[in-house]
Design a protein around this ligand. Structure first.
Ligand SMILES: *Cc1c(COP(=O)(O)O)cnc(C)c1O
Length: 360
């Protein structure tokens, strides 16, 4: 045995106080914390995936270029396959953006927002500049433009619709920034199927625009980890330098392609989620002391008079898991995913109960 071995003494100094990302993993709870599709994957599409999978040769490495999936995505987005790159979830693409453009430099982000940008930036050795959103969570376009003008800033990230606040950024505001800078502007459209304007029409005019999308939300495929990026070829060429060649496995490539061939069932589910979102919003807003923020995504952020941790714990004790977002400078705020009608009613009932019992 080597007694002098000390892994942490060998590890990167800049990650000394970095806490690995962890997400609660509970069974037997009403799971409204991760903005997944609540209806379960459509069985008729699952059968098609299994049928397609049965002829796959899983003893061979996957197609590194994911040609078939990119062609299906081209049909879906109207973007040329050469301007599409797929990833092991859009999380992987965020990391690749940081590795290709951010290492040793900085990125700016309209905050508060999705925490993964900061996590992947840390891993890649890229520093973060937060440009605060206004009190109604609109982006500060001039603040983002001045951040972009700093030589050390290579990239600006705007999430629209934004997690966890739920609001979308108007196309005009994004175009205003795009035209003013030669830095990369990343628009994360993870929730685009639920609302907000897409930046896709701007792609052909702005070579510095990068759009992120995912199969994890509207398409109910979070477990298979599929995301994609839309961008000009020069940006993709840089990303290919850092991308793992076999990042997306054969099964996930196939499943995502089958999903793209069966859009109506997913569109119908999205429509149901949007109806439920309006009902849930009204119910939340009607609870005494609760402020609900209007959302263009499949979740709703809300504020209560109590510490968010108290609400979070109270709900978990009652079998409902949501997200406490207080730590990202949103005091007393939590985020709940729009679930099925039954899940939403159970959540509202338990939240009412927590508010009554913990207020004393
Ligand atoms: C869920 C989510 C993603 C998608 O992540 P995947 O890695 O594709 O599952 C990306 N951005 C935001 C803002 C999200 O909420």
């Amino acid at each position: 045995m080597n007694r002098t071995f000390n892994a942490s003494a060998l590890a990167r100094l800049d990650l000394k106080d970095f806490i690995p990302y962890d997400a609660p993993y509970y069974q037997d709870v009403i799971k409204l914390d991760a903005n997944e599709n609540p209806y379960g994957f459509p069985p008729e599409v699952l059968v098609k995936i299994y049928r397609a999978a049965s002829s796959l040769d899983i003893s061979r490495y996957p197609d590194p270029g994911a040609k078939i999936l990119r062609e299906r995505l081209a049909d879906y987005t109207g973007v040329n396959p050469d301007n599409i790159m797929v990833g092991n979830g859009s999380d992987e693409i965020i990391l690749n953006l940081m590795l290709a453009f951010g290492s040793g430099a900085k990125f700016a982000v309209a905050a508060p927002t999705f925490s993964m940008y900061g996590e992947h930036a840390r891993i890649a050795g890229c520093a973060k500049i937060e440009v605060p959103r206004s009190s109604d969570f609109e982006i500060d376009a001039s603040g983002l433009k001045s951040a972009a003008s700093l030589p050390e800033v290579k990239m600006v990230i705007i999430c629209s619709p934004n997690s966890p606040t739920g609001n979308a950024t108007p196309l005009a505001s994004i175009e205003n920034i795009l035209g003013d800078t030669s830095k990369i502007i990343v628009v994360d459209e993870a929730y685009n199927e639920f609302g907000g304007e897409s930046c896709v029409p701007l792609l052909s005019r702005y070579p510095n625009l990068v759009i992120l999308r995912t199969f994890s939300k509207a398409f109910g495929l979070a477990g298979l980890r599929v995301g994609y990026l839309l961008a000009g070829r020069p940006v993709i060429n840089e990303l290919l330098k850092v991308k793992q060649p076999y990042n997306l496995n054969v099964f996930s490539q196939t499943a995502a392609s089958v999903v793209m061939e069966n859009l109506p069932v997913f569109r119908e589910r999205v429509a149901r989620i949007l109806e439920e979102r309006e009902v849930l919003f009204a119910e939340l807003a009607a609870l005494p002391g609760v402020e609900a923020f209007s959302s263009q995504a499949n979740f709703i952020m809300f504020k209560t008079p109590l510490p968010a941790e108290k609400i979070y714990r109270g709900l978990l004790t009652r079998g409902v898991l949501i997200r406490n977002v207080e730590s990202i400078s949103l005091p007393r705020c939590l985020r709940v995913t729009v679930g099925t009608a039954e899940e939403n009613r159970a959540f509202i009932k338990q939240l009412g109960d927590v508010l009554k019992n913990c207020a004393a």
